[in-house]
Design a protein around this ligand. Structure first.
Ligand code: 5RP
Length: 222
């Protein structure tokens, strides 16, 4: 199977997983990226079964609207039943590195509101230890050099993602060569650097369920 076929399979599995639990009033949180796009496309097939969605990016909001799925502001909903999103890396305790698509801050906010966070991924995203994928850090633009110097002190090699402005108007630093043996500690340490909006380690709030697509089927991992 190609990587896209694997992504599609995990996205389909997520729709199959949530469908029996949806009811009038249900709101679904939606991630960002190519795997999330497969999920949005497949979700449109059951759009009568839930009220609408909260999107983690302008791109996902546009895609949802193109399918006729109502998109709500997060501040206007009481609860999010499921948050479904892809990832750049996932480890055995379902801690993640996210932000390859620069949507990490809104993704983390929507995930924080969700009753159940379902991660959908192809098997290439599975790692024993996080950190081979460069860690995205969203920064206030005027603090970019300050934050970069602090990240070097932590042992990382930050690289400015040229030409990218997040939906929040900020910049992204991709940090190479970090050894992420204590994901919660590093997530908190980086978030405490002045000028950091958030970083792409999702460990304080990891996924609750991983639907990992492999050549022999989709595995449910909790
Ligand atoms: C966007 C993300 C994506 O979930 C992550 O980059 C994975 O993307 P894809 O599904 O295209 O492989 O965190 O900010």
């Amino acid at each position: 199977m190609t990587q896209d076929e694997l992504k599609l399979a995990s996205a389909r599995a997520a729709v199959d997983y949530i469908a029996p639990h949806l009811e009038t009033g249900s709101i679904i949180g939606i991630g960002t990226g190519s795997t999330a796009n497969f999920f949005i496309d497949h979700l449109s097939g059951i759009k009568g079964k839930f009220d609408g969605a909260v999107a983690s990016s302008e791109a996902s909001a546009e895609r949802l609207k193109s399918h006729g799925i109502p998109v709500y502001e997060l501040n206007c909903v009481d609860s999010i039943q499921f948050y479904v999103d892809g990832t750049d890396e996932v480890n055995p305790t379902l801690e993640l590195i996210k932000g390859g698509g620069a949507a990490l801050t809104r993704e983390k906010i929507v995930a924080a509101c969700a009753d159940l966070f379902i991660c959908i991924a192809d098997e290439s995203k599975w790692v024993e230890t996080l950190g081979a994928f460069p860690l995205p850090v969203e920064v206030i633009p005027m603090a970019r050099a300050l934050v970069a110097r602090e990240l070097v002190k932590l042992g990382g090699d930050p690289v400015y993602r040229q030409g990218v402005i997040t939906d929040n108007g900020n910049a992204i630093l991709d940090v190479y060569n970090l050894k992420i043996h204590q994901p919660i500690d590093l997530e908190e340490t980086i978030n405490n650097i002045t000028g950091v909006v958030t970083n792409g380690i999702f460990a304080r709030r990891p996924a609750d369920l991983l639907l990992l697509s492999t050549g022999t089927g989709v595995k449910n991992i909790t």
